[in-house]
Design a protein around this ligand. Sequence first.
Ligand code: ADE
Length: 248
Amino acid sequence: MSWRATVLTLFPEMFPGPLGHSLAGRALREGRWALSALDIRGFAADRHRTVDDAPFGGGPGMVMRPDVVDAACAAALAEGPAERPLIYLTPRGRLLDQALVRDLAAGPGLILLCGRYEGVDQRVVEARGMIELSIGDYVLSGGEPAALVLLDACVRLLPGVMGAGAASAEEESHGAAGLLEYPHYTRPAEWQGRRVPEVLLSGHHAEVARWRRAESERITRERRPDLWSRRDRNDAAEGGIAGHPAAA
Ligand code: ADE
């Protein structure tokens, strides 16, 4: 059985959306992964298909009912494969990073719950053992764009999805080395008076590799001191990378 994503949403027509295009879309058509979007409203028990209600304790907005969400979860689990983690996308969740993306892509697939309104009743989040996950420190109007982001990040790591670029999938920004990627250049070698760095035209592979590594390190240090200091700790544990002692 291929890697399978089941999305629980009030807006199933948002899927596959952008994931129906480019590499993810081709891989979907080739059966390298599977996607279904279940309409949460279809699991409402009453005549009016009510999925939400006012929050206990008062306050603005509406909360998604635990019984309706639970029934949707049961249907998603029944699709299989078994053992798929159930992820609730919420700005209150643990921050997504590439290490978690790698773990999730290596598993059997995902069940993704997209909240709307003020959120989902916390009891069903706990009862179903959901992992609460955020894609960044900003607030979206619903979990759907976050689900698309998470799926894109996972699908590109599945076997055969990246094609000829497979070797590069883990080489780039946030890859195994924990560095941002070096800058890229192509023809023309001079454009609007700007020249491509000479070393890239030299044909000297070892020097090109050294220059790229140095650029990756400089850019990471300048833009993401948080990533850079985490890398220092990893380096120390591994006895240094590429012969460099862990820099200050
Ligand atoms: N839903 C709303 N905002 C979100 C975020 N930042 N991450 C994940 N899900 C969300």
